[in-house]
Design a protein around this ligand. Structure first.
Ligand code: NAX
Length: 328
């Protein structure tokens, strides 16, 4: 069998807690396949580079056969040079007394700079996953500033929300997660997201025929929407291992295909379901491989779902209005 050429994979926020779980899994081949050699590029701000040095040492000590090189840098021109896969994880956390809109603007600037650098230095086929919050709007900013790269090569992560929802349903119905299909998250990666069970199946049977409406509305939806906050309450810090796991699955399906299964990804709205172009929103998606995907079309949306989707899109439009100066 012919050997695959090495691909460069860049991860920002490399000194952070999500990256700590993420990097070894990329390096071991869980994201791009066990036959895909990788050059891992670790990017963080200068103040965090000492920690990144330690991450590099640990990565070396894992002696992963697929790792053909490691670069650690704060310089985006060096870090994004010829990258084919980029995971934008790094972002500023909210500091004491900071308003959500201040955080939005602080982080927006980071993603503007990174989008510009990707447009200049990354390979034209580069796929970028945005994890850093507010992920949907950061994806919009990065894509809008990355000249020469198709906005469809950017997406934001709602896979963690998707998997959290599957786990809740599997637990309720006492079935393995793999029995579930045709589930999706709509909207923003925030508390307005809409986890939609309308089309979900358990071993081919409608989930809605097996659970009470009150459970869906009063337990399932709020639990999924508030799961991030519940983890912070319990752990004292935000989701890391599960976020890394979701990022691996998002990139794996996007690059290798989802085998006809529905997944959730925030992608540029294309007018489907009345969501006008101009935001990155989560839809039910089927990934067809090589960075291509299709939004699942022609689903009937009932009034309850439409109301939830509208609320989340309204929030996305408000976030967009707050960063309009940074959009091209
Ligand atoms: P940490 O605070 O542990 O790490 C963040 C890292 O980013 C730090 O090393 C910091 O130095 C670095 N950083 C800051 N500015 C940077 C810049 N301009 N360039 C490169 N690196 C920079 O955060 P962590 O827990 O790893 O979370 C990272 C981001 O993921 C946060 O924005 C968080 O809110 C977001 N999340 C998104 C999720 C999603 O589903 N989309 C879920 C998990 C997580 O909450």
């Amino acid at each position: 069998m012919q050997k695959k050429p090495v691909v460069r994979v860049a991860i920002t926020g490399a000194a952070g807690q999500i990256a700590y779980s993420l990097i070894p899994r990329i390096a071991s081949g869980e994201m791009l396949g066990k036959d895909q050699p990788v050059h891992i590029v670790l990017i963080d701000i200068p103040d965090s580079m000492k920690v990144v040095e330690g991450v590099v040492m640990e990565l070396q000590d894992c002696a992963f056969p697929l790792v053909r090189g490691i670069t650690a840098t704060s310089d985006l021109a060096e870090g994004f040079k010829d990258v084919e896969y980029t995971l934008l994880v790094g972002a500023k956390p909210r500091s004491k007394g900071m308003e959500r809109k201040d955080l939005l603007l602080e982080n927006a600037k980071i993603f503007q700079t990174q989008g510009k650098a990707l447009g200049k230095h990354a390979k034209s086929n580069n796929l970028t996953l945005v994890v850093g919050n507010p992920a949907n709007t950061n994806a919009l900013i990065a894509a809008s500033n990355a000249s020469n790269i198709d906005p469809k090569q950017f997406s934001a992560m709602t896979r963690l929300d998707h998997d959290r929802a599957l786990a809740q349903v599997a637990n309720k119905l006492k079935v393995p997660v793999r029995s579930l299909s045709k589930f999706a998250i709509w909207g923003n990666h925030s508390a307005t997201q809409y986890p939609d069970l309308s089309y979900a199946l358990v071993d081919g049977v409608q989930v809605s025929s097996k659970v009470e409406k009150t459970w869906v509305e009063s337990e399932f939806i709020p639990t999924v929407q508030q799961r991030g906050a519940a983890i912070i309450n319990a752990r004292g810090s935000s989701s890391a291992a599960s976020a890394a796991d979701a990022a691996i699955k998002h990139m794996r399906d996007w690059s290798l295909g989802s085998n006809g299964e529905w997944v959730s990804m925030a992608v540029p709205s294309d007018g489907s379901y009345g969501i006008k172009p101009g935001v990155y929103t989560s839809y039910p998606i089927v990934c067809t491989g090589n960075g291509k995907y299709e939004i699942v079309k022609d689903l009937k949306i009932d009034a309850f779902s439409q109301n939830k989707i509208d609320l989340s899109i309204k929030e996305l439009l408000e976030e967009k209005a707050g960063v309009s100066a940074l959009l091209k």
